[in-house]
Design a protein around this ligand. Sequence first.
Ligand code: NA7
Length: 533
Amino acid sequence: MEKLDAIIIGSGFSGMYQLYSLRDKLGLKAKVLDGASGVGGTWFWNRYPGARCDSESHTYMYYFSKDLVDEWEWSERYPQQPEILRYMNFVADRLKLRSDIELNTRMSQAHFDAATNRWNIKTENGKEYNAKYLITAVGCLSSANLPKIEGLADFKGEWYHTGQWPHEGVDFTGKRVALIGTGSTGIQATPVIAATAKHLTVFQRTPNYSLPACNAPLTPEFKKYAKQHAADIYKIMTTNTNGHGFYIEDVSALDVAETERVKAYEEKWKMGGFQFRALYRDILTSAAANETAAEFIRGKIKEIVKDPKVAEDLADIDHPFAAKRPPIDSGYFEAFNRDNVTLVNIRKTPIERLTTKGVKTSTQEIDADVVVFATGFDAMTGSLLKLDITGRDNRKLKDYWHAGPRTYLGLQVPGFPNMFTITGPGSPSVLCNMPPAIEQHVEWITNCIQYMEGKHLAVIETTEESGDSWQTEVDRAANATLLPTVKHSWYLGANVPGKPRVFMPYAGGLAHYRKICDEVAQNGFKGFEFTPA
Ligand code: NA7
């Protein structure tokens, strides 16, 4: 059994920075465990065609180290998965992290021992560790959701989930492909698969507002600008609602004349990306304001897609814009103008089952050589609940969370002493550009551990009362927006049958959340209890 100060689960953005912080800043003995054969977390697994980040590259990186900012250069406005994975490997090498990352080592069990106030950890490959701190860095969107569609075992072709894509890639040339799911992933994959497949059938349950990415190679001028203004960019990212490189305008969509508003939407549409969503402050809080944006996008879809019947199905969106995670795309709607792409509206004609030859809906059987499940993730809680974690008094995480997750600040779970959950449920992470949200969590946890070590404290533990009051705040923040009005969203766990319907992320904004976390720390970590060594 190896004795450590901290065990970190996962070697993505969170795990690598947490390792660096504990090891190199605090001088603690820490190790990362990861079941994958390489670092990168989400970006190690999500290798599906078209996989690309929806955040702009110059904001999708660590900012804690000026050296990392200076030495890395992105090639495109929105980085593709291979480039992000190269970046993660660059960081692992540059910070000399690899010696403390155990790959191919999946944690199978973690047990808190109240006699020693330490965690006992076992892995699937028979290793054992003992650590004071257990830090989960497992990502929010990493546990693949494969729907239980009848007949999958009968299907004679190939099938894949986008989140577990084969590393050797899939050659679609000359193949008939069925793609199920039209979230961010399906929307990114559609034009890329269509470019080589013989035929692509997209099965759409919920149509989506997608914004054009307007992706392009970065110019030398922009690359220079981003490096020279890194401090200003970082300031914007850390003082706004969503961690992106721009602020949400403090103007109501309803205070602007229609012609002016449409002109402004048009400009943002041409610019590409999430700045469209930032045009008015009330897009996510007022149904009437939201409808102005929604109507504009529905109009755009009908403008782009030539077949009016297909356009009607694609634009038949009945939830508010951005109340489900809004995708950005590179030629999604345009793909439906190709002769080799068909849309099947499975709200009208549901999938009944897979057959030996393809997909059977209520009205037809569509032959397929390959089925691609772009059906998303068991978000925020899925990856944590897969781990067998037992806290104080034999409390199992999956039992404690049976009615929905309960955390304090998304950082700790009552009854699980010395365990921290980076980007846990109850944190704003999934509503934000991830890297700054992750940096905030890692820095808060590191500061907390430094405090504990400095004061020779054995245990930090949050209370039921803190968990309850934070849940009240999470609910309040969500209810101040249109987000919980969408009943079929993964923010609410609705995409996974049987999952409790609880709005999981904190919708109060990253800047406000940071302020709350800072105040908690400044007030002696209010809401947590400590036990001396
Ligand atoms: P999402 O956004 O959860 O999208 C999954 C899609 O799959 C969505 O269109 C679902 O329809 C559809 N789906 C899920 N289950 C089924 C079944 N059983 N039958 C038919 N269709 C189904 O996941 P993504 O991977 O696209 O994106 C996840 C996040 O990753 C994304 O937001 C970014 O942050 C990165 P539904 O909407 O549930 O009707």
